[in-house]
Design a binder for this molecule. Sequence first.
Ligand code: SF4
Length: 276
Amino acid sequence: MARLVHIQIAEEKGRAPADEVSTGSAADFMPPLPSLATLQKAAAGCRGCRLWTIGTQTVFGEGPPTARVLIVGEQPGDSEDREGRPFVGPAGRLLDGALEAAAIDRDDVYVTNAVKHFKWEPREGTKRRIHKKPSDREVRACYPWLDAELTLLRPEVIVCLGATAAQAMLGKDFRVTQQRGKAIESDRGATVFATVHPSSVLRAPPDARETAEREFFADLRKVGQHLARESGTKRIEREREVGRAAVPAADVPPTRRRQPASRTRPRSERRPGRDA
Ligand code: SF4
């Protein structure tokens, strides 16, 4: 398995230069002792890059603070920008379908984006707003929000949707086309999976749409299978901890990733002090 060296990735994410309307980094707006609630509030006033002048509002991540899975996309789309919530448009509905098919409980999922403002350009002669890919500079400027979400949530699994999200997490050399659906161990204590963004499935030409959707669902199913295996491992470990395990040590599957000792406690006892 490839390994993510978080320190190297963090170093790649040095400040973007400031300009006349932005400071160059979301770090300038980070609250002291952040919680998910204070992060969201602070992000609403972020001027870390110039996208605040383009999008309607900051679209922060959303989901339970106990989420096992953090799903990260590229940026909010048109519907998300208007509603102020991530993954509420057509791509979000496709994602919901794939999660359901993969038996991933929506209550276990937190959704967010690598960039938290909608970047768009007008389509000539219409009122339509056309998605524009965020630049490296904008991804870098926005990374402190994603980093803070990851630090607070400590998810077991991170799912990157599309190249922008995958490269924000795994570095510029990462290729979704070559490594989609593979489990990648992270020094953050989470297993990372990458797949395509559901909006790319929706944009696929009619003759490729069915295949694209099938492959997207298959990638999410691998995440669901991984979570199911992890749940089994944790249950056995927990039972052994309280001396009720009926299985010998050899039957306990090896832990698939490094994690602090606190992560082996029951979920109900973990993560004190976090809020929504
Ligand atoms: S995209 Fe991110 S860094 Fe840029 S203004 Fe919005 S929240 Fe801040």
